[in-house]
Every structure is written in C-alpha cells, then in structure tokens.
Design a protein around this ligand. Structure first.
Ligand code: KG4
Ligand code: ZN
Length: 349
C-alpha cells in the first residue's frame, strides 16, 4: 500500500496531503490565500508566489505530522507540475524535487486538471467503503473550476484524453466575474450558488452558447457580457458608460439564479453530447464548480450515473495530486529531477 505525499501550488492554494493506497486520505492541509486576493477580486500572481514561499514548508510539515508518518516511510513525492501560474508552480515543483532528491524517493509529475477528476475516489481515512463502486469506463470527465472548463474521455486512470475545453472564460471565472459585476464577494461561486436557490431562474433570459452542433467546447464570455449589459445597460454613443441604476437585492437574486441556470443548461447539454459521442458509461465531475448545489440537483436524473467528489475535495487540494500520483507510482512512471513546470498558456497551445 503506497504512502504518497502530494504537493499542490498551481494557483492560490498551498496544499500538501498524505494518501495511502490511492484513496485513503491521512492528511489534507490547505493554506488558502483567499483573504490576500479578495480585495483585487481575483488572483494576483506575484502575491500568490510570495505566499507559496512562506507557506510551503509549514504546510508539508503539517501534512506529514497529521498523517502520523515519517519522511522515510513515504514511498514517493507527487507534485502538480501543470497547468498553472509559473511563479506558483515553481514553488511546489522545487519543494517536491528537493524532497525526492534528499530522501532518495521517486518523483511523480501530476496534471492538476486530471487530478480534479480523480478526486471523486478520495475518502477520509475512517470512512465507509467506496461509494463509487459503480464507476465504469469509458467515462466522461468534466472539470469545471476557476481556471478550467474541460471535458475528457477517460478510458482508464492512465489514459485520459481531452475532448473539449473553453475557448474563452472558465465557468468558475464567469461566476467570479458575474459576482464582481453584482457587487458580491470573492470567490463568487458559492455566493451565487446560495443566492440562486432563492431567485427566479426565468427572470432574465441569458444566452446559452453551444458553438457548433457537435462541438464539445465551451464559451462563457458572451454570458458574462450579457450579465454586464443587463446590470449596467448597453453602452451607446449617448451613454458610453451605460449608467443604469444599480439592481435591487431582489433583482440581484434573480440575476444570480438566471445566470446559474444558463451555466447549468450549457453544462448539461455538453455532457449529453459527450456521453452520446463516446458511449460513456458514467460521468465524473470535479473542480470548484462541482460543489454547486444547483448543478448537482440538475444531474440527479442524468441518463448515466454521475459521480461528484466529496465537498472537501471539490476545490484545489493535494490529496487528489497524491491520489493520481499513486496510479503513476504503480505504473513505474517516474519523473526526472529535471521536471519542468508548465503554465496555462503552454498547456493550451
Ligand atoms: O478548483 P478550484 O478551487 O480552483 C481552480 O483550479 O480554479 O475552483 C475555484 C472556483 C472559483 O471560481 C469558485 O468561484 C468556484 O470554483 N466555486 C463555485 C462553488 N464553489 C466554488 N462555483 C459555483 N458554485 C459553487 N458552490
Ligand atoms: Zn483546480
């Protein structure tokens, strides 16, 4: 039963976790930077890198101590080396390489986005047996987070192919930007999720962008702009600043519900397309937006079983990195100490 240390620093969370046997989470430590970035209503890369430097060693130490293991007992060090912000990634990758070299343990290079899909298999150490025994391949994986909206065909945990992705904003990014337009806090997803439960989803007919008939790609920037124009008015020559009065609280609630309904409609439609095109036997959904209550409710009667991660593992964490690292460890798929960090833009190319 391999004991793997996972390290995650792709964006604004410094995280480390110890996972046994690919699924049993012995510790899952996350130093969130939300407070540092909240006033900018988004992640500031330079601030993120600095905070990672301060947090990385205490977080790793705490993960190992909480797990009740010693460093020599670790079988390997897994690190998320792509995709992410370059300054952020380098902190985790450097820490992982240093530990692998100093301890003489294998280094495992894990794709952060694929790891979000794996998070459905994670469970706390004392938890009951596997709730996802119905997992069948081929599966369609969907990662919907602040940085990514992508669909994957999963033939096995070592064969994951991307089949579609966003051509502009990620869905979580749209949530965060719409929350900013509505004057709500950051991150916007959970706030809009809460408001949407009390609003009228049919109050405003926002666009559902589906692209070509068979397309598995996404586009959310039109929806975001539609919300902006609805709230501030459409800029014109006479009124370039589009100065509409601010919406009332009741209107904000209805806009949140209508926006969320548009996002969910698009996601459902794309999941149906992907399921049909690839004869999928189940769906796995991960990433921050997979915590969304409206989305979970809308998928209850989906034609094939839909698996979500436990809420604790929806947003960025290192347990999912250690978990997918376990698959690579068993396959003997080790990374060299020359491992590079790969940014979002290099990844999308
Ligand atoms: O996976 P994650 O922690 O980080 C990335 O890899 O991007 O996802 C963060 C994103 C944020 O955009 C946040 O607003 C969104 O997930 N989010 C939600 C909910 N909880 C977090 N979006 C919708 N509904 C939620 N309940
Ligand atoms: Zn993520």
């Amino acid at each position: 039963m391999p004991i793997i240390l996972g390290i995650e620093s792709t964006c604004d969370e410094t995280a480390a976790a110890v996972v046994v046997d690919g699924t049993r989470v012995l510790s899952n430590v996350i130093a969130s930077q939300i407070d540092l970035h909240a006033k900018y209503r988004g992640v500031v890369p330079e601030i993120a890198s600095r905070a990672h430097i301060e947090n990385i060693l205490p977080v790793i130490r705490e993960a190992i101590a909480t797990a009740g293991v010693t460093m020599p007992q670790l079988d390997a060090i897994a690190v998320a080396h792509r995709p992410g912000l370059i300054g952020s990634l380098l902190i985790g990758v450097t820490a992982a390489k240093t530990m692998a070299w100093a301890l003489g343990k294998p280094l495992l290079a894990v794709d952060h986005v694929q790891a979000h899909l794996y998070s459905i298999l994670l469970k706390a150490d004392q938890e009951a047996p596997d709730a996802h025994s119905g997992l069948r391949f081929p599966a369609i994986g969907m990662v919907c987070s602040g940085g990514h909206t992508a669909l994957y065909r999963i033939s096995s945990w070592s064969d994951i192919q991307m089949i579609g992705s966003t051509i502009d904003d990620a869905v979580g990014e749209a949530y965060d930007k719409v929350a900013a337009i509505l004057g709500l806090g950051y991150p916007g997803g959970p706030i809009i999720d809460r408001l949407a439960a009390d609003g009228d989803a049919n109050a405003v007919k926002f666009p559902r962008t589906l692209l070509d008939r068979d397309s598995l790609d996404f586009s959310f920037s039109g929806l975001k702009t539609a919300v902006l124009y609805h709230v501030r008015g459409v800029p014109s020559r006479r009124d370039p600043q589009a100065t509409k009065p601010a919406p009332t609280q009741a209107e904000v609630t209805d806009i949140a519900a209508s926006f969320q309904s548009a996002c969910i409609d698009v996601i459902l439609k794309k999941l149906r397309r992907a399921t049909d095109q690839f004869d999928a036997r189940c769906i796995l959904i991960g990433g921050g937006v997979s915590a969304n209550r409206g989305l979970r409710a809308a998928l209850v009667n989906f034609p094939v079983p839909v698996h979500f991660p436990p809420l604790a593992y929806c947003t960025d964490n290192a347990a999912m990195i250690a978990g997918l690292g376990d698959v690579q460890y068993r396959a003997g798929n080790f990374a060299s100490l020359e491992l590079d960090a790969i940014t979002y833009s290099q990844f999308r190319r």
